[in-house]
Design a protein around this ligand. Structure first.
Ligand code: NAD
Length: 260
């Protein structure tokens, strides 16, 4: 049997535990796999239990340790229960990647239905707040750790037609900076990752996949292509690693130059 590529490489997160939301798909799934390849036990949390189970299966297939969880990040009972189960299963918590998110139907501000505003803010911003609120006491209990929150290029730059999404993602950067300051002396680092256009199911839902749409997307990308979920996962792993020990409160843009 051919050994997987990661075998034999140094595992930087051996004995550590990562909690990943939105881990049933796209960037979250790639990050969950990346944490596991670094040796961490991974709690795979998503509103879709089936999707979480599939990510967990992919991890265990590679010899990693995973726990599949159903968790709606807008519900504090779900978030608390998922984190309790994580600690009960793996015995600790070291890293959290708060990544669950939804897109907004493109519309000029006055045409955004109030319910759409509430829905997008609830998942993309309140969800990150709730996750951090209940992760931080656990991280403190186990001596500290690292949090990475998923913002977006839309969290540092304005794009037309996305007021709710952009407000939420700018909010994630703000929350990240304040949390970084609040816990800077407590051995907890908090950073955000701001992906550009990444080839995931969300990207397909937002931009479609006709040749014309693809050309329009690529025209926005100075580097001439979309990012891959694995490229965002690599940034998340770096932010969690000791190599980034002096980095906190940072919004790391990984976007092929789109926001320049
Ligand atoms: P995706 O749709 O492939 O995955 C998102 C996951 O989040 C799904 O598995 C979904 O079930 C889950 N989710 C949705 N609502 C949830 C909830 N309430 N509780 C728990 N889980 C929930 O999307 P993706 O492209 O992988 O996006 C991941 C993150 O990256 C999002 O926060 C998104 O806003 C951000 N982002 C994506 C892009 C891109 O181009 N794909 C660009 C910038 C930022």
């Amino acid at each position: 049997m051919t050994a997987p590529e990661h075998e034999g490489q140094k595992r930087h997160f051996a004995g550590k535990v990562a909690f990943v939301t939105g881990a049933a798909s796209g960037i979250g799934r790639a990050a969950a796999l990346a944490f596991a390849r670094e040796g961490a036990g991974v709690a795979v949390a998503d509103i879709s239990l089936e999707g979480s189970q599939e990510t967990a299966r992919l991890i265990t297939e590679e010899g990693g340790q995973a726990l599949a969880l159903k968790c709606d990040v807008t519900r504090s009972v779900d978030v608390k229960a998922a984190l309790d189960k994580t600690v009960e299963t793996f015995g600790r918590l070291d890293y959290a990647f708060n990544n669950a998110g939804i897109e907004q139907a493109t519309a000029a501000l006055a045409d955004i239905p109030e319910e759409e505003w509430e829905r997008v803010l609830s998942v993309n911003l309140r969800g990150v707040f709730l996750c951090m609120k209940y992760e931080i006491p656990l991280l403190l209990q186990y001596g500290g750790g690292v949090i990475v929150n998923t913002s977006s290029g839309a969290g540092v730059k304005a794009f037309p037609g996305g007021a709710a999404y952009s407000a939420a993602k700018h909010g994630v950067v703000g929350l990240t900076k304040v949390a970084a300051l609040d816990y800077a002396r407590s051995n907890i680092r908090v950073n955000a990752v701001c992906p550009g256009i990444v080839d995931t199911p969300m990207r397909l839902r937002v931009f479609g996949d006709t040749p014309e749409e693809r050309a329009r997307v690529l025209a926005q990308e100075p580097i001439g292509r979309m990012g891959t979920p694995e490229e965002i996962a690599a940034a998340v792993i770096w932010l969690c690693s000791e190599a980034a020990a002096f980095v906190t409160g940072h919004a790391l843009v990984v976007d092929g130059g789109q926001t320049l």
